[in-house]
Design a protein around this ligand. Structure first.
Ligand code: C2O
Length: 561
């Protein structure tokens, strides 16, 4: 045997991981202001590399991704890689004051993480203030080289990003609302890949709306991302069914549907077969809201454009579902199942160490300077989370006291008729407690978390996002969770696996996960207005045994507060 072959074999024997590891990918994100025109008006927005939406990031499973973020704007900034598990690399997760101090104007920070055991579509977005409105993009993780998709290979793939557009400055919108103690203005339009679409005013003046160019007989995969701040959206394509194959970068049992629901923070991959006659077909993204709460009722549009279509040909239209179409939403949600194949098994925890019940909803606290003398707040288990001024992960790692406590309640402090049905049974006192309280979990603990919507002020859907983990949605129902009856109906075989889950209006959702990732992990409503109001908390997960179960040391360029 030649010497170099022997060396190679020795290396492979000593460091098996080194052989299968992916490549290193470098990206540079310059955070810059950019004048942008939408809805007939031009305003400066915060962008990455001058683009809206920002650049899509591509990587393969096992790749080491390094993104250097340079802050050229007047705001503090952080970027979150939404759904990336960040195994032992919490420093690269991104939520401001949770895992890092923000990158200050003129400063930079390199996010450094490896993608392990994940493939599919995710997103990245700013995780500070309301900058996510314009600072977001797709994150596509391809399977390892030579590993096929578990569904027919599409002829072409496209990233489709849904968003919201405000005519005014979004930071001003939320600051004003916080001063008044009232709900912020809703957006002025929804967008598909940055544009409200051909049916909206001004699009005729080179609106640049999205045209999906297709060829008859071919198969396309749309990687759909909801990057909106505050709104759950229906998505539909005239004359075409959509086959769902993946959500939140986990494979699903394929199913075919004409309308899908996607909440902020969620992603959905669908296959679309171009099986219609040549022509143009309308795509719509429209809001879903089944409680008496104001939303932006504009429908964003785009078109599927068959090659060979005459420019004079009329677009085939479709009606978006009514705004309050709960049954359309449920039809989609109830169809979701993990693929649960031999290669991609659903590893649902069967025994539970920590059984938690979190109420999620609104509240009202006194505020002498506010318009009504009170302000609308939001809370989990009646705690409105107070943002620290020092990053929680650093405080945890360096044992710095006085930044947080670990007494977050595992159950609601008082028992009441949570979902508030019949109305009038909610507690008269709607005030919440303030605190930077965390819930402590030992390494590898299994957790069952029931998220229960409250009817305080109004019941409402809450897309809850957990950082650092995927979880299984083992159950979902209306009214109050009943441990005895509802637990019997849990799906522990092939429940959908996600990182962001809708808690139905006036109902509950049960999830399970394994705390196999040491660090501090944010849990919050992905409606930005609710996060701002305090609907957030964090888990602190202890290290396990040895370096492979421990948080890595902080990188040297980690920003300071
Ligand atoms: Cu996509 Cu903590 O968020």
């Amino acid at each position: 045997m030649e010497a170099w072959v022997r060396v190679l074999l020795l290396v492979a024997f000593l460091f098996p991981a080194a052989i299968v590891e992916g490549r290193v990918r470098h990206y540079k994100f310059n955070v810059v202001m950019k004048n942008t025109t939408r809805l007939c008006s031009t305003k400066p927005i915060v962008t990455v590399n001058g683009r809206f939406p920002g650049p899509n990031l591509y990587a393969r499973e096992d790749d080491n991704v390094l993104i250097k973020v340079v802050n050229h704007v007047k705001y503090n900034i952080t970027i979150h890689w939404h759904g990336v598990r960040q195994l032992r690399t919490g420093w690269a997760d991104g939520p401001a004051y949770i895992t890092q101090c923000p990158i200050q104007p003129g400063q930079s920070y390199t996010y450094n993480f490896t993608i392990t055991g994940q493939r599919g579509t995710l997103l990245w977005h700013a995780h500070i203030l309301w900058l996510r409105a314009t600072v977001h993009g797709g994150l596509v993780i391809l399977p390892k080289r030579g590993v096929p998709y578990p569904y027919p290979k599409p002829d072409k793939e496209m990233v489709v990003i849904l968003g919201e557009w405000w005519k005014s400055d979004t930071e001003a919108v939320i600051n004003q609302a916080m001063q008044a103690g009232m709900a912020p203005n809703v957006s002025d339009a929804h967008t598909i890949n940055g544009h409200p679409g051909p049916l909206s005013p001004c699009s005729s003046q080179g609106g640049g709306s999205l045209k999906l160019q297709v060829e008859s007989g071919k198969k396309y995969m749309l990687r759909i991302i909801n990057a909106a701040l505050n709104e759950e959206l229906f998505f539909k394509v005239a004359g075409h069914n959509l086959t769902v194959v993946e959500v939140d970068a986990t494979y699903t049992k394929p199913f075919t549907i004409d309308t899908l629901l996607i909440t902020p923070g969620q992603t959905t991959n669908v296959l679309l077969t171009a099986d219609r006659r040549a022509g143009k077909y309308l795509i719509t993204a429209s809001p879903f809201m089944d409680s008496p709460i104001a939303v932006d009722n504009m429908t964003a549009t785009a078109t599927v454009h068959y090659s060979g279509t005459l420019s004079s040909s009329k677009t085939t239209l479709t009606n978006p579902p009514p705004q309050n179409a709960t049954s359309v939403a449920n039809n989609f949600i109830n169809s979701l199942r993990s693929l649960n194949s031999k290669k991609y098994p659903a590893k649902v925890p069967l025994k539970v160490d920590h059984k938690l019940l979190f109420t999620v909803g609104l509240g009202v606290n006194p505020c002498p300077s506010c318009v009504n003398g009170s302000r609308v707040v939001a809370a989990i288990n009646n705690v409105s989370f107070v943002m620290p001024t020092f990053a929680l992960l650093q405080a945890h790692y360096f044992n710095k006291s006085g930044v947080f406590t670990t007494d977050f309640p595992g159950n609601p402090p008082i028992t009441f008729n949570y979902s508030g049905n019949p109305p009038g049974t909610a507690p008269a006192n709607m005030a919440t407690m303030n605190g930077t309280r965390l819930y402590r979990l030992p390494y590898n603990a299994t957790v069952q978390l029931v998220l229960q919507d409250t009817g305080i002020i109004a019941p409402e859907n809450h897309p809850i996002h957990l950082h650092g983990f995927n979880f299984f949605q083992i159950g979902r129902g209306l009214g109050n969770f009943n441990p005895k009856n509802d637990s019997k109906k849990f799906n522990l075989v092939d429940p959908v696996e996600r990182n962001t889950i809708g808690v139905p209006s006036g109902g509950w959702t049960a999830i399970r996960f394994i705390a196999d990732n040491p660090g501090v992990w944010f849990l919050h409503c992905h409606l930005e207005v609710h996060t701002t109001w305090g609907l957030k908390m964090a888990f602190v997960v202890a290290n396990g045994k040895g370096p492979n179960e421990s948080l890595i040391p902080p990188p040297s360029d980690l920003p300071t507060c």
